[in-house]
Design a protein around this ligand. Structure first.
Ligand code: NAP
Length: 245
């Protein structure tokens, strides 16, 4: 089988970067979409012996997404794997949540996922094969105080995942979501710095007794995009050390 092509949004940092590295190590050609740092992330993959390109695509810009997908098609061939990892997290009391912040959280986390899926699915249908993995959040299991916009957006990602699984299963396309919890990334570190999360406290309430690594999520994603996972679709596969079951 010739190498497949994957797009990883938010692939310049954290979980997305680990997924890009892992898919490339498994022999997939990888396109990183991220407004900042995409080229550097791709260069790191190439230095490690993989095939990757980086494009400064912002998932809130549909025209930019379409142009990015066209560039991937031209340079790496049809994308048949899409991992939506781009995300922003903004916390604060519900009554202080402005329309601007609410709209930003939905635009990146939910509408960005919708637009990337819609931009890439026609290539997958044409190929008769595809894999989509949407990175949601363990907060969709538990809720999270002071995170109404984020949790609402990520809950929407779970719903969208289930709908796409139903609509595209007949085309050989699977669509699943990984809701990670407590993974050591720049996003989590920023919430620690703001005093919103305490690492020791959170480690104590995590059954496996440690913080998650981006590679833990990447390993699950690598399986979900593999040939072997063709009978798994519409599923919510938690990677959270047992914090949510
Ligand atoms: P991260 O290190 O901040 O990575 C997220 C990446 O997405 C960053 O490179 C970010 O760029 C990029 N991004 C933001 N807005 C974008 C846009 N409009 N278009 C394209 N890329 C954009 O955070 P992470 O922890 O790896 O998060 C990855 C995913 O996991 C997110 O969807 C997040 O919500 C989810 N998640 C993480 C955890 C956790 O414990 N870490 C838990 C639950 C869910 P900038 O840095 O320039 O903003």
């Amino acid at each position: 089988m010739s190498a497949r092509t994957a797009i990883v949004t938010g692939g310049a940092s954290g979980i997305g970067a680990a997924i890009g590295r892992r898919l490339a190590a498994d022999g997939t050609m990888v396109a990183i979409f991220d407004p900042d740092g995409a080229e550097a992330a791709a260069a790191a993959i190439e230095d490690a012996g993989g095939k990757a390109i980086g494009l400064p695509v912002d998932v809130t810009d549909r025209a930019g997404i379409d142009a990015g997908v066209a560039a991937v098609r031209a340079r790496l061939g049809r994308p048949t794997i899409l991992v939506n990892s781009a995300g922003v997290s903004i916390d604060g009391p519900f009554l202080d949540l402005t329309a601007e912040t609410w709209n930003r959280l939905l635009a990146v986390n939910l509408t960005g996922t919708f637009d990337c899926c819609q931009a890439v699915l026609p290539d997958m249908v044409e190929e008769g094969w595809g894999r989509i993995v949407n990175i949601s959040s363990s907060s969709v299991h538990s809720g999270a105080a002071r995170m109404a916009g984020y949790v609402a957006a990520k809950s929407g990602v779970v719903g969208l995942t289930k709908v796409l699984a139903l609509e595209f299963g007949r085309h050989g396309i699977t669509v699943n979501t990984i809701p990670p919890g407590f993974i050591d990334t720049p996003m989590l570190r920023r919430t620690v710095q703001r005093g919103f999360v305490d690492v020791d406290q959170q480690t104590a309430r995590t059954p496996v007794g440690r913080i998650g690594r981006p590679e833990d999520v990447a390993a699950t994603c690598a399986f979900l995009v593999s040939e072997a996972a063709g009978y798994i679709t519409g599923q919510v596969i938690g990677v959270n050390g047992g914090r949510n079951t």
